[in-house]
Design a protein around this ligand. Structure first.
Ligand SMILES: N[C@@H](CCC(=O)N[C@@H](CS)C(=O)NCC(=O)O)C(=O)O
Length: 304
């Protein structure tokens, strides 16, 4: 059963067709875009997330409207977005005036209503148990990816006024992603190096779980065909590689599997819209690697 989310936004009921509230750089949104691309839908030009001009309200069949919630401009922390997603995270999806949140729930919904190969195995599929395990592990490790990413980027701190605003907006939701705690500790520099290292280690252990499965030569994580578990983990690899995480050296089987995902036409649609930023990330991480600092060396030190 689709999980329709409640909201208090005036914008949501106006939207017809498929509208994704997202940002190109966010792995949780990338996985939804991956599914939209795998299902053959095309992306319409970007608009601001709260655009209500007549032309932006309807997404034609076979396409989706891209509503950008810029994380860099902290647009997730606005009244208008909190009325859509009170936990202040992306993605959120609207289909014909109904709101869906939580990337995995959105994906399950899209998989059930869009034509094309099924990407979520049914519960009686022998792969389901492992699929579920890998998906849940991927979800759990999002907290670690968040720590590693913010530590590496060094930006995104909130000042006291912003923190108060975020905490007051979050009272409308359940703060399922622990944003209030994360931003309070991150912004005040209270997260220890040991904690960051533990998160990096947890990611390495997660990759070990994938490697165990890939050892038998299967092309995708749960067997012969692509599932959304592949998408969830591939988006982690994208993010980590932007920061020079040594996937090839530490997890060669994962690098090979990832190359199969990256060869799919849908992959290009994930990264093509933030080429410049990706280049900035890669230059930063390349320089760090040369200087003996950054995530490359941290991972070599911490992940065995
Ligand atoms: N469990 C949520 C996680 C959503 C999430 O944490 N999204 C991140 C981007 S990947 C976000 O919006 N972060 C906002 C922030 O860091 O302030 C989902 O899968 O939809």
């Amino acid at each position: 059963m689709p999980k329709i989310s409640q909201h208090s936004s005036d914008i949501v009921p106006l939207l017809q067709g498929i509208h994704l509230f997202h940002d190109d750089i966010a792995p949780c949104a990338q996985r939804v875009r991956f599914v939209l691309a795998e299902k053959g839908l095309t992306r319409n030009p970007d608009t601001k997330f709260d655009d209500v001009s007549a032309a932006s309200l309807v997404a034609a069949e076979g396409s989706w409207n891209s509503r950008i919630v810029s994380l860099i401009r902290k647009e997730q922390f606005t009244e208008a977005y909190s009325a859509i997603q009170p936990n202040l995270v992306i993605p959120a999806l609207v289909h014909n005036g109904e709101l869906y949140t939580e990337s995995i729930d959105i994906i399950e919904y899209l998989d059930s209503v869009l034509a094309g190969d099924r990407l979520v195995p049914s519960q009686d599929d022998p792969r389901y148990e492992d699929f579920h395990y890998l998906t849940e592990l991927g979800k759990k490790l999002h907290w670690s990816i968040r720590h590693v990413t913010y530590r590496w980027g060094g930006v995104g701190r909130l000042n006291a006024k912003e923190q108060d605003k975020v905490e007051s907006l979050l009272k409308r939701g359940r703060d399922e992603e622990n944003l209030a705690e994360f931003y309070r500790d991150f912004s005040q520099g209270k997260i220890s190096q040991e904690t960051y290292d533990e998160h990096l280690r947890a990611i390495g252990q997660g990759f070990d779980e994938l490697t165990k499965r890939l050892h038998d030569g299967r092309p995708f994580l749960t067997g012969d065909s692509l599932t959304i578990a592949d998408a969830i983990w591939a988006m982690k690899v994208i993010r980590l590689e932007e920061m020079a995480y040594p996937t090839n050296e530490l997890h060669p089987e994962i690098a090979e599997w990832f190359a199969r995902i990256a060869a799919r036409p849908s992959y290009e649609t994930l990264v093509s819209n933030y080429r410049v930023l990706r280049l900035v990330f890669k230059v930063k991480s390349w320089l760090e690697k040369k200087l003996g600092t950054g995530l490359y060396w941290a991972a070599k030190r911490v992940v065995s």
